[in-house]
Design a protein around this ligand. Structure first.
Ligand code: NI
Ligand code: MN
Length: 226
């Protein structure tokens, strides 16, 4: 599976020829200046929660690409009011069979207001189960025992977890999460973008390695095979 890093918690995967984008926050990210947001294509855009650093480019991207926006009921309702046409509301605990595979929405321990103050429902993570591999994107979250349920949904090939601390899990809790979800390959997100979440990447890589895990920190704008 191809994984493209767009910085912060924004990334895309390609499954069965469909491009699936997550938490679009690009044009406002100082670290992602070299990414041309207008060149990004998407068939689906999954949104974990309503915070600005996950939806800032959502409306423009969804309108230009005609991608289907998938998120909780409240965020999808808000997206509809912004003029986005293709929408799929879900909520925690629910799963749906899409044309690229099945997605289950799982608990995230965080908050979820939208940039204009609208109530953004509950934050979510997503477990993708597909012919081309399985993965878990936790969204912004604390470490939670609910993660122990993920292995009953899927045997994961990789997981995308926040490691920046302050607003979400930091490195130590992400390592504990990797054990809960029984996954050895973790792609780190939600770090370095702002002052509060700047981390020592070398130290993070070493901590994961010492725990017998692989931490992958792709360069912004790069595409890797996962
Ligand atoms: Ni957040
Ligand atoms: Mn965030």
């Amino acid at each position: 599976m191809k994984y493209t890093c767009y910085g912060h918690s924004c990334f895309a995967v390609e499954i069965r020829g469909k491009k699936i984008l997550f938490d679009p926050f690009i044009s406002y990210n100082e670290l992602a200046k070299k990414v041309d947001v207008n060149a990004i294509t998407a068939d689906y855009i999954f949104v974990s929660h309503g915070h600005e650093d996950h939806v800032a480019d959502l409306v423009e991207l969804a309108k230009r690409t005609n991608a289907t926006v998938v998120s909780n009921f409240e965020i999808v309702t808000w997206a509809g009011k912004q003029g986005i046409q293709n929408l799929h509301p879900m909520n925690t605990g629910g799963k749906w069979k899409f044309d690229f595979g099945t997605v289950k929405c799982v608990t995230a321990q965080h908050s979820s207001s939208l940039p204009d103050g609208t109530y953004g429902g509950n934050p979510m993570g997503f477990v993708f189960v597909t012919d081309e591999g399985n993965f878990y994107y936790s969204g912004d979250t604390a470490l939670t025992y609910d993660m122990e349920l993920v292995p009953s949904v899927a045997t994961l090939d990789f997981a995308v977890l926040p490691i920046g601390d302050n607003f979400t899990m930091g490195v130590e809790d992400a390592i504990a999460a990797a054990e809960f979800i029984e996954c050895e390959k973790i792609i780190g997100v939600h770090y370095d973008t702002f002052g509060y979440i700047k981390i020592d990447s070398q130290d993070a890589l070493e901590q994961f390695s010492d725990a017998g895990l692989e931490l992958v920190l792709p360069e912004i704008g790069s595409t890797i095979e996962v």
